[in-house]
Design a protein around this ligand. Structure first.
Ligand code: ADP
Ligand code: MG
Ligand code: MG
Length: 878
């Protein structure tokens, strides 16, 4: 029979799929003998069942009851028992951390009777008991009963006035509880549920439901977390940080998540519970100061942090509570970090002997590397600094200041760059944070909501810039010196230094890009990148080539480590002044005229190829013969018609051109006269290109051309083009491979035959994706992809990440059947997928020889190819 509930002593860190990250790690810490309050985890499977069926599984109530009973026995108290209550928290916890996205309810088990029992248990501490009770109603009301949280906040503020929450006495808190109960009655028409078991049951279901809350859905989409995982639920004995000043709650990292440096990083808040630290209720104190307040707990915490680092062999983040001088661990996980920290930490751990260089490569991702290649502010530029906050998430962001999530979304939708400025952010700001270029807050530390979420998204964030007075209502902030920045004014924020500047600060290339361009590694980060890239290169099996059409791109690609060009498009060689020659070609009415146009094009093309061969210094260059339909090179049909209609005496040439444009106009150019079809229909066109390639190769010593025929669907098309190409190559006396793109489903399906006439295949996965799905990319992406993503029809666009189940199968089939015909068939991919991390892993697994991608993605592809070789199973780096 299925088991839906696991005691913390039964689980371990490898059970994240089943127990969620929080549950699995609570179990791991329990097994390590660390001080974790006892409890149990309800599995993600139970959640999936609940979400699918709309009700919990039959056996779940019984299993929960059994585990609760065991917990009660262990604690020597019963849930909500009037004179001596056991209280529990009910906490969400999915496989991938979704900070603040889902629900947690603390202090379950309190009611009008047990609140007195709790006070008695606490040695007569009435204030503590009523504070816990009001927190329960507040959290339960908001998350389980769906009441607007502001109603509770406002009621609290009304009592507090200018005081802090800790200044309220027992009497005031007791009256607040009455007010809260009134709010519940008014909003739901029912009394606050006093039965502890009922409270627990409702809270568990609310956690299940929170998986599908709009903000959770949005977060998953942003972070590419699958929609069907569900969340686990942790039920855990409460420990209390709100007893008084000898108690408190905090969060910590074992290393700086911004730089990777080891040390004590965190925030602590005395006399507080749960969320207070991250919600910015009161100002937290830096964790170092805990040493002064409570040395015993502090030393214990530092010791535990070491235990965790050595055990997880990685940066961990931690939630803890101190209850009257006793430290309790409430959560840990391998912590989110900035891209720079990821590289530094990985190599630091190697130096500490905790991990191998192999592991270090799998600890960083191509996405992180890509982030390090974003531009940074120009240090030399003149700039007006108006504040300095914490460097919460690196990057250089410039945009118009906006003061609400809605406005951020609105302006970003109009194509504006915006910086979201808030006192502090909360989970409802998520949409605005996604829309913004950067996030700036005046309150909160590196563990605040803004910081954690921004780091997770790799978005620039400066937080806790306390010199700034942010007024959301007036849509402006003031900085020292009477500077006022209103909505719409441009600011620049530097997430690497924490600085805030007025106006637009110019940006320059990042140090990592300069390193790829050939600069010596100077700082710790670039040295770490260098070490990891070298090892990735040494480990990978996949070659990495570039998509490059010009000598400049080719040279950059080479510097970035490209081992060749996998796709050199020739279209651009027909643009600009050469359009004239294309017009002549199209308008030619005799063979002689046509040949004259081609003859004029040939030397121009040849010189293009010479430049590219030179830049590639003997590395292979795959040149694709012309692919787009010819009318793309001719004037626009409407423009031309208007020109003729409004002209006094239109030229014959214009008339002829219009006729040609009309003749070539297509309903569906994507499926029209293009690629190899063009080569077969227009005599001499491909021959001219092949001759230009051959002549150029002859001129550049060591040149290694590969001639690639686009859009082939049957071997017959390829054969006739190939025959001509081989003849021309022989005439000129140059050797070159002749191969084909595999970009129509039919080509993939008949790859065994096609391989008879092809020395290499290059998968054109843009077209292959379009034709396999029946999507015209330009039409569908804007029209309905966002809806499809919303509906979960796909988790990510198939144009971004190669669709393994559909397009991937065609690729695998073609690899297999192609190689069966021709064992030394050379295989690559040249669609945009070549630079996408997940797709690179697919290409590795499918047994391709290389991936080809745009020059800037080359380092990413090199790293991911190394990771693919080193981690045959996909590692969890989210
Ligand atoms: P999130 O996933 O949003 O971080 P958590 O489930 O971690 O939510 O809970 C929110 C806060 O409540 C955390 O600060 C945590 O430390 C605190 N908390 C959770 N369970 C307990 C407990 N049993 N005793 C004391 N504090 C708790
Ligand atoms: Mg937490
Ligand atoms: Mg194509």
């Amino acid at each position: 029979m299925a088991k839906y509930v696991y005691d913390f002593t039964e689980g371990n860190r490898n059970l994240k799929d089943l127990l969620g990250g929080k549950g699995a790690n609570l179990a791991e810490m329990t097994n390590l003998g660390l001080p974790v309050p006892p409890g149990f985890t309800i599995t993600t499977e139970a959640c999936r069942h609940y979400l699918a069926e709309g009700a919990v599984h039959d056996g779940l109530d019984r299993e929960v009851a059994e585990h609760l009973k065991a917990l009660e026995e262990r604690m020597g108290r019963k849930l909500g028992q009037a004179d001596d209550p056991l209280l529990v928290s009910v906490r969400s916890g999915a496989k991938f951390s979704m900070p603040g996205m889902m629900e947690t309810v603390l202090n379950i088990g309190l009611n009008d009777e047990s609140v007195h029992g709790l006070a008695k248990q606490a040695g007569g501490n009435e204030r503590f008991a009523w504070d816990s009770y009001r927190r329960l109603i507040q959290m339960f009301g908001k998350t389980v009963l769906g009441i607007d949280g502001d109603l509770f906040e406002d009621a609290l503020d009304a009592v507090k006035g200018r005081r802090q929450d800790t200044d309220l006495d027992a009497g005031e808190l007791q009256r607040l509880v009455e007010t809260y109960k009134g709010i519940v009655r008014e909003q739901t028409g029912k009394d606050f549920p006093t039965d502890p078991r009922e409270q627990m049951r409702l809270a568990i279901n609310a956690v299940f439901d929170s998986w599908n809350a709009p903000r959770a859905i949005l977060y998953r989409r942003q972070e590419r977390i699958p929609a069907d995982l569900g969340t686990a639920v942790n039920v855990m004995a409460m420990v209390f940080g709100n007893y008084g000043d000898d108690s408190g709650t905090g969060v910590a990292f074992t290393r700086d998540p911004g730089t990777g440096r080891q040390g004590i990083y965190g925030d602590y808040l005395q006399n507080a519970q749960g969320e207070d630290v991250v919600a910015g209720i009161r100002n937290t104190i830096p964790l170092e100061e805990l040493e002064r307040l409570d040395k015993t707990s502090y030393d214990e915490l530092v010791r535990i942090m070491e235990v965790l680092e050595t055990h997880y062999k990685d940066l961990c983040d931690i939630e803890f509570t101190i209850e009257r001088g006793k430290l309790w661990m409430l959560q840990t996980r391998v912590g989110k970090r900035t891209a720079a920290a990821a590289f530094c930490i990985a190599t630091q751990l190697v130096d500490q002997g905790l991990i191998t260089l192999d592991e270090a490569v799998t600890r960083v991702t191509g996405d992180q590397l890509a982030k390090l290649m974003f531009p940074r502010f120009d240090h030399g530029a003149e700039k007006k600094r108006i504040a300095k906050g914490m460097n919460a998430s690196p990057g250089a962001a410039v945009g118009k200041a906006v003061f609400s999530s809605e406005r951020a979304v609105e302006l970003a939708g109009q194509g504006e760059d915006v910086i979201l400025v808030r006192r502090e952010t909360n989970p409802d700001d998520l949409a605005g944070m996604i829309a913004a270029r950067g996030i700036l807050t005046s309150r909160g530390g590196k563990t605040s909501h803004a910081a954690v979420v921004a780091r997770g998204m790799g978005k620039t964030c400066v937080c806790g810039a306390e010199e700034l007075e942010v007024s959301t209502a007036e849509r402006r902030f003031t900085a020292p010196g009477g500077i006022v920045v209103a909505e719409g004014e441009v600011i620049s924020i530097d997430g690497t230094t924490g600085e805030v500047f007025l106006g637009e600060v110019p940006v320059v290339a990042s140090a990592v890009v300069e390193y790829f361009e050939g600069a010596e590694p100077a700082d710790e980060l670039v040295k770490a990148v260098d070490r990891i890239m070298r090892h990735a290169d040494a480990s990978r099996r996949l070659g990495v080539r570039a998509n490059a059409d010009t000598p400049e791109d080719a040279a950059r690609a080479r510097r970035f480590g490209a081992q060749g060009i996998g796709l050199c498009r020739t279209e651009h060689m027909f643009l600009g002044e050469r359009r004239q020659l294309v017009e002549d070609l199209v308008l030619a009415s005799t063979d002689e005229q046509r040949q004259a146009a081609l003859d004029a094009l040939e030397p121009l093309q040849k010189s293009d190829f010479v430049g590219i061969f030179q830049a590639m210094e003997g590395a292979p260059v795959t040149i694709r013969l012309i692919d787009p339909p010819l009318h793309e090179f001719l004037p626009d049909i409407t423009e031309l018609s208007v020109r003729i209609a409004t002209s006094e005496n239109p030229t014959d040439k214009d008339r002829a051109l219009l006729a040609a444009v009309k003749r070539l106009d297509e309903q569906n150019p994507m499926l029209g006269l293009r690629g190899v079809r063009l080569g077969l229909v227009i005599p001499g066109l491909f021959a001219m290109q092949v001759r230009a390639i051959a002549q150029a190769a002859k001129e550049v010593p060591g040149a290694r051309p590969e001639i690639m025929i686009p859009l082939v669907a049957t071997v017959q098309e390829l054969e006739s083009v190939r025959e001509e190409a081989v003849r021309i190559l022989a005439e000129v006396g140059v050797e070159a491979l002749v191969g084909t793109m595999i970009e129509t489903p039919r080509a993939a399906l008949t790859a065994g035959q096609i391989a008879e006439a092809a020395e290499f295949f290059s998968f054109g996965t843009n077209d292959l994706t379009q034709m396999t799905w029946g999507f015209s990319r330009d039409d569908v992406e804007a029209a309905f992809f966002s809806r499809y993503l919303e509906l979960g029809i796909f988790g990510v666009s198939p144009f971004e990440t190669l669709d393994r189940e559909g397009v991937g199968r065609l690729v695998e089939l073609a690899v297999q059947e192609g190689r069966a015909t021709r064992p030394d068939l050379h295989l690559g991919i040249c669609g945009e997928h070549g630079g996408d991390p997940d797709s690179v892993h697919f290409c590795h697994e499918a047994g391709l020889d290389y991936v080809s991608c745009s020059p800037f993605r080359i380092p990413v592809a090199r790293l991911e190819a190394g990771r693919a070789a080193l981690s045959e199973t996909d590692s969890d780096t989210r």
